[in-house]
Ligand binder design. Structure first.
Ligand code: BV8
Ligand code: ZN
Length: 242
């Protein structure tokens, strides 16, 4: 990554009117939260495609809750990193702004982001499988997961599993911002999980510019106007400094 790439990205940020940020697990990696497919891959140990599904929960709810409570334990000790705070600063600079995060860790909320869509849900919420009531749930011991306070039904993590549809309002709001932005900043995603992975391609089709920040090239880097190879916690603060 050259200084001219950083300068080009800074110019795109200065001239943009409607900024959309697409965040992935790489953004939380520097907060100590394992990514899904990296060397410290969360999934290497647990093969999340087998656990983050409605079928796995139906078959073995205790195992799925054990996995989520294990992750809650790691996330509970995590703090937002400079990349999260740089995104909070960027939100203040644009009238038209949306953060679409694939991360379920809640670190954007903790950092102070206000305008965001948690497209895959939030690990700190549980939803009743019977009455669909959503409640905040900070429990990290799977043996203490309670039944629904409203109807006594079984609770599940309020996240979007593989094979489940993205909640309609979140999908609509995401697509609206992807279609109307003039700049998309993609940070720390492998571009593997759909439909989020297609957003940068749609933005490009609508003549938006795309900046991709990642420690390694991905299919998104190929179509980006600027690819900044490096850690989000180093690059994002450099992009926003006056
Ligand atoms: C759906 C919540 C349809 C749970 C997650 C085509 C079209 C539509 C669907 C599909 C399709 N093809 C396949 C599908 C099905 C599926 C899918 O995409 N499968 C994958 C395995 C191919 N998609 C779905 O099922 C989605 N639903 O499409 O519904 C539908 C319609 C109607 C009715 C029924 C169904 C729902 C997908 C949601 C899955 N849930 N999370 C949980 O967390 O437990 S996804 C999970 O992956 C996380 O949310 C994570 O954020 C997300 C994406 O991964 P990344 O964020 O990219 O993380 P990853 O580890 O992969 O990469 C990290 C990157 O960071 C790396 O590139 C690394 O280099 C970089 N990095 C590391 N450190 C740093 C860094 N970069 C910068 N700085 C650093 N320091
Ligand atoms: Zn209930």
């Amino acid at each position: 990554m050259s200084n001219s790439d950083i300068e080009k990205a800074r110019e795109l940020l200065i001239s943009a009117k409607y900024l959309v940020i697409l965040a992935g697990a790489g953004l939380s990696q520097e907060s100590g939260i394992p990514t899904f497919r990296g060397a410290d891959g969360l999934w290497r140990q647990f093969r999340a495609e087998e656990l983050a599904t409605p079928y796995a929960f139906q078959r073995n709810p205790e195992l799925v809750w054990e996995w989520y409570c294990w992750r809650r334990g790691i996330i509970a000790r995590a703090e937002p990193n400079p990349a999260h705070y740089a995104i909070v600063e960027l939100e203040k600079r644009y009238e038209q702004f949306m953060l679409i995060t694939q991360n379920v860790d809640g670190l954007h909320r903790k950092a102070g982001s206000k305008k965001f869509i948690e497209i895959h849900g939030c690990i700190w919420e549980s939803r009743c499988v019977d009455c669909h009531n959503v409640s905040e749930d900070r429990e990290t011991d799977y043996k203490k997961i309670q039944p629904c306070k409203k109807c006594g039904g079984r609770l599940r993590p309020n996240v979007v599993w593989f094979g489940e549809a993205i909640p309609d309002m979140n999908l609509r709001k995401s697509i609206y911002s992807v279609q109307n932005c003039d700049l998309m900043l993609v940070v720390g995603t492998s571009g593997y999980v759909q439909p989020a992975a297609s957003f940068p391609f749609h933005a490009k089709q609508n003549n938006a510019k795309v900046i991709d920040i990642n420690v390694e090239p991905t299919p998104i880097s190929e179509i980006a106007d600027v690819f900044l190879q490096g850690r989000a916690g180093d690059i994002l603060p450099a992009l926003i400094k006056d």
